[in-house]
Write a protein that binds this ligand. Structure first.
Ligand code: GMT
Length: 382
């Protein structure tokens, strides 16, 4: 198949999933065309079946804002025509589903549009009345829609009154690259006296509740020698720094910024903390599980579909920092319990979220769509 993929190419779970899927599809012999505003950051080394089509957004005096959406739609149509795309798979509804719709109007109905909903495109933007009708339209007009968790499907249907079917396709982790790496020498740098390492990885947006990470770490640090590793960057980083300074914990914290080889970094961790307010899936949780790192998280969104409470990690009420700290300490103080959670995490990530299984799921959906055996969307007036 000739498959176009559009995603946000910089940091973010949706871009990671889109890029990894493209690489796996290329490995299976499909021609994969990335149509993005920059090279997807996880694209890695050259592959003969992978092509990159840059979306160049020009600025003209006449425009107050650079016309990314229109330029993207134009590029999608060009690539669809020149490369004979069968499928255009867009990740994140806004604006990608709408741009794909426009491109399809330009090139014809033979181009099939697949939209994958990732989370904040619904759980944040879907609440914005300046966008919600357009998001619903993009979903209704796609030939196939998938979402990364059952919870996200429910929320999409309820919030936007979407009636068409939405397929559940979980995110995945490539177990050839995500496993616990040998990092004992590196671990000595961060934990020279055998301290436990608590890790948080995110884009440090308010929805991730970074202050809760600090509160939990403060409580854990009181009980046992521990260090905090913060990976990523974003708007709440300065709040984190301020709180750590106030609590006298800045010396116990390492800021590692954005990281390329996430599996190696995660392998340093004893526990991954994810106290999010919203999380449609929680790719970081899955990546941690694949590396044998139990996750202590909130029971929101799709996280309960990824983490099995009491088996691969713990789930607590959002904002209950004491419970999050207690569960973290319970894991860190009981080696037998910890090892059991670690093993079960790896098993679950390899079985339920195996990259081969999920790639096949997408591939089968494409085939059904092209064969015309997939249910057509229900047209609904705005
Ligand atoms: O978490 C973010 O803020 C980034 C966002 C994105 O668009 O990349 O992540 C969303 O998609 C990921 C991949 O499907 C999911 O693992 C994240 O849970 C989801 N984020 C939220 O729902 C907040």
């Amino acid at each position: 198949m000739n498959i176009g993929i559009t995603c946000y190419p910089s940091l973010g779970g949706s871009g990671v999933v889109a890029t990894e899927l493209g690489k796996l599809l290329a490995e299976r012999g499909h021609n994969v065309h990335f149509i993005t505003s920059g090279i997807p950051f996880r694209l890695g080394k050259y592959h003969p079946n992978i092509f990159y089509h840059e979306v160049e957004v020009n600025q003209y005096d006449v425009f107050k804002y650079p016309p990314y959406d229109l330029t993207l739609a134009n590029r999608m149509a060009q690539v669809a025509k020149n490369e004979h795309l069968d499928i255009l798979h867009v990740h994140y509804a806004v604006p990608h589903a709408l741009c794909a719709y426009l491109a399809k109007q330009m090139v014809g109905d033979q181009l099939k549009i697949v939209t994958t909903l990732h989370g904040t495109d619904i759980t944040v933007l879907g609440y914005d009345s300046t966008l919600s009708d357009l998001i619903r339209f993009g979903i209704e007009q796609s030939d196939l829609v998938t979402a990364v968790s059952g919870d996200l499907i429910q929320e999409t249907k309820q919030l936007l009154q979407v009636e068409r079917p939405i397929e559940l396709v979980y995110n995945f982790v490539d177990k050839r690259r995500y496993y616990r790496k040998e990092v004992s020498e590196l671990k000595k740098v961060f934990a020279p006296n055998g301290e436990k390492l608590i890790m948080h990885i995110s884009n440090f947006r308010p929805v991730k509740r970074v202050p809760d990470v600090i509160e939990v770490f403060r409580r854990v640090h009181r009980e046992l020698p521990a260090k905090l590793l913060l990976i990523g960057e974003g708007p709440d980083m300065s709040i984190a720094r301020k709180m750590l300074c106030e609590y006298g914990l800045d010396g116990a914290t390492h800021f590692l910024g954005k990281q390329e080889d996430v599996a190696e970094v995660i392998s340093l961790a004893d526990v991954m903390l994810l106290p999010s307010e919203k999380e449609s899936f929680g790719l970081v949780a899955l990546e941690a599980m694949a590396c044998g790192v139990p996750v202590v998280a909130t029971n929101v969104g799709g996280l309960p579909e990824v983490i099995v409470d009491g088996e691969t990690g713990y789930l607590c009420e959002c904002g209950d920092v004491q419970a999050l700290a207690d569960k973290t300490l319970a894991l860190l103080k009981d080696e037998a319990l910890y090892q059991r959670f670690s093993r079960t995490s790896v098993e679950r990530s390899c079985n339920t979220f195996c990259h081969e299984k999920i790639t096949t799921q997408y591939e089968e959906l494409y085939v059904r769509l092209l064969a015309g055996t997939h249910a057509a969307p229900l047209a609904k007036p705005i």
